[in-house]
Design a protein around this ligand. Structure first.
Ligand code: NAD
Ligand code: LMR
Length: 338
């Protein structure tokens, strides 16, 4: 007689097959760090995404509970949990998209770079698994410091001979989400109607909102520009301080991660004109990685857009951003090459 576990496995497979035959192509998505502050609401929201047919939830703790809970939602995706390093390879095999919110978050007084020592090793291990088990998957990297963890991931993939720069995307969507919200507040309009490009990187002065390129076209006083730029750059710290030791942004981040992952999946499906900001391998500046608008398609970030015309305030900001970014990128590269 098959064990309960075997029966569960075969019924999960049957369900997935059945849905796959049923029409709309579904994608297979794994979340690494799925039991965490970001991971749980992110798992919830991805379970609601109609483009997802299979959802793998991996963490080093608590995935059985999170998986049991989320699997009861009556949406299409079939959910499966994976616990601990020995199940990492099974979690990754066959996946189209990997979302990584694994790692420690900031506490008040810390910079994102203070997380490097712990998170660099976590990202390395997870990316070694990706290189081995799903080298063609799109990777959405959330773990901080993004300015260094993306170069770390690139080096791991290069070492393994699997690096495709189009498929490695550092998630900076939360900066765009915040920028849209804060700009809409100042303009007195609905945030859903606002689109603010945010370029550079994902830490302090490397976060560079291009307020001269806001859609719909509008203009700001110098006071508004300074207020908005600083509020967008310090958005993460605002949440870290408000949470007072209990972590950093998780709910708005899960929202932003799903917005970005959904854009990646629509791109994989062949949708047209899907453009979002992300931290990617880039020739837009002299730096090897930079966040800017990218067009998402079947191959990942298929086109990387130039920054467009900057005003004087933004040109000064760009120089400051590059100065910090170059060091964070180098730190990530050295961590693997040393
Ligand atoms: P959290 O501590 O609540 O959750 C992290 C999860 O990662 C935990 O469940 C933990 O068990 C898991 N984990 C640790 N080591 C792991 C490993 N080796 N493999 C798999 N999972 C592992 O933290 P959080 O609030 O969810 O934040 C996670 C990360 O996301 C932090 O580094 C944070 O700074 C970053 N973050 C990035 C952005 C962004 O905009 N890119 C926004 C918010 C947070
Ligand atoms: C954020 O921008 O909210 C994240 O990068 C988390 C943090 O440490 O600020």
């Amino acid at each position: 007689h098959p064990s309960n576990h075997q029966m569960e496995e075969s019924s999960i497979l049957k369900q997935a097959e059945c849905r796959a035959k049923g029409g709309a192509p579904g994608f297979k998505v794994a979340i690494l760090g799925a039991a965490g502050g970001i991971g749980q609401p992110l798992s919830l929201l991805m379970k609601m995404n109609p483009l997802v047919s299979v959802l793998h939830l991996y963490d080093v703790v608590n995935t059985p509970g999170v998986t049991a809970d989320i699997s009861h939602m009556d949406t299409g995706a079939v959910v499966k949990g994976f616990l601990g390093q020995q199940q990492l390879e099974n979690a990754l095999t066959g996946m189209d998209l990997i979302i990584i919110p694994a790692g420690v978050p900031r506490k008040p007084g810390m910079t994102r770079d203070d997380l490097f020592n712990i998170n660099a090793g976590i990202v390395r291990t997870l990316c070694e698994g990706i290189a081995k088990c799903c080298p063609n998957a799109i990777v959405n990297l959330i773990s901080n410091p993004v300015n260094s963890t993306v170069p770390i991931a690139a080096e791991v993939f290069k070492k393994a001979g699997t690096y495709d720069p189009k498929k490695l995307l550092g998630v900076t969507m939360l900066d765009v989400v915040r920028a849209n919200t804060f700009v809409a507040e100042v303009l007195g309009v609905d945030p859903r109607d606002v689109d603010v490009p945010v370029v550079g990187g994902h830490a302090g002065v490397t976060i560079l909102p291009l307020l001269s390129q806001v859609k719909p076209p509008c203009s700001f006083t110098i006071e508004e520009t300074e207020y908005l730029t600083k509020r967008i750059q310090d958005g993460g710290t605002e949440v870290v301080q408000a949470k007072a030791g209990a972590g950093s942004a998780t709910l708005s981040m899960a929202y932003a991660a799903v917005k970005f992952a959904d854009a990646c999946l629509r791109g994989l499906k062949g949708g047209a004109d899907i453009v979002e900001c992300a931290f990617v391998s880039s020739q837009v500046t002299e730096l090897p990685f930079f966040a800017s608008k990218v067009r998402l398609g079947r191959a990942g970030a298929e086109e990387i857009y130039q920054l467009g015309p900057l005003n004087e305030y933004e040109r000064v900001g760009l120089e400051k951003a590059k100065k910090e970014l170059v060091e964070s990128i180098q730190k990530g590269i050295s961590f693997i090459r040393k």
